[in-house]
Write a protein that binds this ligand. Structure first.
Ligand SMILES: [Ca+2]
Ligand SMILES: [Ca+2]
Length: 397
């Protein structure tokens, strides 16, 4: 980082100095361009990296040498050029699509843009990161779709594309997941529980695209948990209610300012409330909706835990509860409280989604525990919860 800053400072200096020279002392130009190309780069050696090579060399000794450039042509016929300033003797050439042998031409260039003869070195890059990621992909069935996991140890910036059949039966992109983390997973939803063919491919920032791997999976059945069957469970240590807020108001399908949950002045963090879904279910996601005139502010929950049980102890103890998920809400813009970007407003209206791991147990009772709200205060106040999952006993229609 420090190096980069120093480099840009140097470039800025050269740029400003160059401008000043250009304006006032154009007569200096002939001495900047001697019309003589530099000598060739010599003694080049390549070290192979993933999708890249680092070439070390001996630059020519010309006093007016400005940079050395490395040039190669991709199999698609695109010419890629990388430059290294005169004060180094190494250059890293990136973006190779495969492990073939490539000719890289090194040229020395002087201040007058006179170009030396080429020194050609043959290089053989190692397997590029986007292909390493492609080989790591694993897909499993998820609620309403699939879950894809990947390993990207080199933390390359890549896009993982999930493909499915469109209405004409052609494969097209359903979802593009951009990442630069070492490993992770993501879901693509919106599918019925039927055998479905999906495709996956990986693209890197040089637009190298892997082949597509196809597979068939049957998404798990997912439905909205019936809110009319959800009932509050009042346990002795649940947070005291106040300001006309109730637990049933979280399940009344009123998302605006009416129909809310609110705790009293006596409530302290952390705090929780408990409800019975009326059926045992494997939950896939919980979506909560903020108080709509205080998005990402005031008493809206920020850091929460969702607990599940099939047999809650009447004394309110946590003995029979299992932690299903921990979640912190992130404000898309990162702006201070009270300032909202359009992305913040869109995210707030869409609701905050907690996805549960696929191996969560089937549960009937839920405890929503708030560890921290958006004002670091002691109240919890928000408007609605919608749950999705697969009920263990599907009610007969
Ligand atoms: Ca020269
Ligand atoms: Ca409500």
């Amino acid at each position: 980082m420090e190096n980069k800053t120093r480099l840009s400072a140097r470039f800025a200096f050269v740029f400003i100095f160059g401008l000043a020279a250009g304006c006032q002392q154009t007569k200096l130009e002939p001495t900047e361009n001697d019309g003589v190309p530099p000598g060739k780069v010599v003694h080049a050696e390549a070290e192979s990296l993933a999708g890249a090579v680092t070439i070390t060399y001996t630059p020519p000794s010309d006093a007016d040498l400005l940079y050395v450039k490395a040039v190669y042509t991709t199999k698609a016929g695109i010419t890629r050029e990388t430059k290294a300033t005169y004060y180094t003797n190494r250059i890293t050439v990136t973006g190779f699509a495969d492990t073939s042998v490539y000719d890289v031409s090194l040229y020395a260039v002087d201040k007058g843009e006179n170009v030396s003869e080429a020194y050609v070195i043959q290089v053989k890059p190692e397997k590029p990161p986007y292909l390493i990621v492609r080989d790591s992909l694993k897909a499993i069935a998820d609620f309403g779709g699939i879950n894809v996991s990947f390993i990207n140890e080199l933390k390359e910036s890549i896009a993982i594309i999930t493909l499915g059949k469109d209405s004409l039966g052609n494969f097209s992109a359903l979802n593009t997941h951009y990442t630069n983390v070492a490993q992770g997973n993501f879901s693509t939803r919106g599918f019925p529980p039927e055998p479905t063919t999906f495709g996956l491919c990986v693209r890197d920032r040089w637009n190298n695209l892997s082949d597509t791997v196809y597979f068939e999976l049957t998404p798990y059945f997912e439905q909205r948990i019936d809110k009319s069957k959800i009932k509050p469970v009042e346990l002795p240590n649940d947070a005291p209610l106040g300001y006309a807020g109730t637990v049933p108001d979280l399940f009344d399908d009123i998302f605006g300012n009416d129909g809310f949950y609110h705790t009293s002045d006596q409530a302290r963090m952390p705090q929780w409330f408990t409800f019975d879904m009326g059926t045992q279910a494997r939950l896939s996601r919980l979506v909560w909706y903020m108080r709509d005139d205080h998005y990402f502010g005031l008493h809206n929950p920020r850091m929460v835990e969702i607990w599940g049980s099939n047999n809650p102890s009447p004394d309110g103890s946590w003995d029979n509860w299992v932690l299903l998920q921990t979640h912190e809400q992130v404000k898309p813009s990162g702006l201070p409280v009270g300032q909202l970007s359009q992305a913040d407003i869109d995210a707030a209206r869409a609701g905050e989604t907690i996805s549960f791991p696929l191996d969560v147990p089937d549960v009937r009772y839920i405890r929503f525990k708030t560890l921290r709200n958006w004002s670091n205060g002691t109240y919890v106040n928000f408007n609605e919860i919608t749950l999705f999952g697969s009920p263990v006993q599907t009610p007969a229609n």
